[in-house]
Write a protein that binds this ligand. Sequence first.
Ligand code: ZN
Length: 253
Amino acid sequence: MKLLILALLAQAHVTGRHVDVFGERESAEKAARESDAAGARFAELFGKAPLRVAIVLTKDGKPERDPSGDLKYAVNKAKCIWRWEPGRGSEPDGTMLHELGHLWLIFWADGTDPPKVKHYGSTLPDWFDEGVACLFEGAEMHRFYDQVMRKKLAAGASMPLPEFFRGIHPDSKEKTDRPKIEDRALFYAQAYSLTAFLAERGGAKGMRRVATALKDGKPFDRALGGEGLPKTVEAFDAEWKAWVTRPPAPDEK
Ligand SMILES: [Zn+2]
């Protein structure tokens, strides 16, 4: 019996397409499966496979960071060793996929060098950074953000797009004169909603067009008008609002 428990607790290494996962076998297989599905979506949207990450699943914080010992996780050319304490249930770990989405986006936009300036996530605008991370969270959270967004719109409490694009993350420590968006629920819901609409309206090509423009420091409206995207921010805003208040699909009720 004791041997069996030891065997079950033994650390496994699961090699996925986009990640290497180290942890208890069942959790590691689940994390690799979910990360690979998110990685495939990332590749579709950004035209490039995400940078390979080695995920070390922790339990009550263990195994702890160990700069020299951690090198053993750097297999299959993984560019980053990342620790994650998985949720215990059988549900998809949307929070893990959200954080992984942030990591992938940072590498896509800024490479692997440490950032020169303190900002939230990547150098992309905070709303886009957060919206993309939310795209990987899964259907349940997406329905939740949709609901919040519908309520905010109905109450006239959404933010006008130029103001929203200028604002920074509620948790940002960036030194800037741009204002913080204090309403967290609105920030996440509107960031997700705009990004999800963008992905649906423009497909992967439209998404990449906007992501590339933002990465090059151009304002959002400079990316509009191509790949089937509306031509102006006003038109984008009107179409987005109509999309948010669309009737639910039969399986969404
Ligand atoms: Zn986030």
